[in-house]
Design a binder for this molecule. Sequence first.
Ligand code: SAH
Ligand code: SF4
Length: 367
Amino acid sequence: MLIYDLDFSALENKLKEWNEPAYRAKQIWQGLYVHLYSSPEQFTNLSKPLREKMAEHFSFSNFKIRTFLDSSDKSTRKTLFELPDGNLIETVLMRYGDPADDPAGLTSKYTNEIGSSKKRRTLCISTQAGCAMGCVFCATGQMGFKRNLSSGEIVAQVIYYAQMLKEKNETVTNVVFMGMGEPFHNYDNSMAAIDRLNDSNGFNFGARRFTVSTVGLVPQIKKFADEQRQVNLAISLHAADDDERTEIMPVNKKYKIDEVIQACKYYIEKTNRRVTFEWALINGVNDTPEVAGKLASRLKGLLCHVNAIPLNPTQGYDGEATSRERANQFKETLEKAGIPCTIRMRRGIDINAGCGQLAGSQTKNPR
Ligand code: SAH
Ligand code: SF4
């Protein structure tokens, strides 16, 4: 069993079962999440037999590193992990300077400030192998659904990079659930991973430094709101008209734009937190001033922000990225109507860092 699959009380129970004193659970938890030990031998404060028992019962990583790639400017590292059943998932580290108004750390205009004292280390993590939602522009969607990741497999992606950064005296500053998969389609494991990493006796990663991005699953948005989590919420909207959205995002057949926006209103009322709408700008499809105007009227009065990014072209979809001019025009139209908008530039384009792109290419051409 992957050790990161245990929450603290499960670890306590395990140690009770082994007739170990209760404080051992705390020692192991701290070893895992404070000292970031990656093997039982490192737990020198435990007895040798206990370390051996840990090694026998738990694995500290069930990933094989299939490959990793650094972008040419070294700001982005993407790792492709192979799970024990052969499924592939991706986790991306993005290094930023000090964006002032970008809680998720997604803006790249500060890339040149790498090395400044206020560095951001944003991890983009996966929650599923593949995805069942079938958004046509998305490499993960094109791959179909393979399986949910366990909470420990989600946690382990963060720990892997945290261990790597620790060697350079750096830490992960933000975690975004924007890798492969739909976090709200694997709700319990995604939330359990957040809780485990949030634990103040362990990894102690602040709730506000997580961002969960969803395709817009309405019941889960409401549940998330009811739980009053301090985690940031992003909604992938990409169209302002139901027919147009259904064409690129089949989930829209089930949950129409109005319903999604109503659920966001509910979330804002419950949490008083700003919602981010994600928008992949596709040339001639959803980047026109008319579409921007329609979007602005839909979002009017909502405590929100639009994060627009030129489409990352994928093999399975003909759409092209919008031009910089059109992107700026889109932003201006929204902002004139009172909707704040950020244009993010694509990162790691030379390493297939778009969601699911590397795993997709490896699945088709296994090495
Ligand atoms: N399933 C979740 C989170 C993972 S996708 C969701 O859809 O929100 C993370 C973000 O990448 C989403 O906003 C998604 O719409 C966007 N995305 C997917 N494929 C893309 C592409 N080819 N170009 C730009 N953005 C893309
Ligand atoms: Fe799944 Fe998100 Fe990709 Fe849609 S955009 S297919 S929900 S991963």
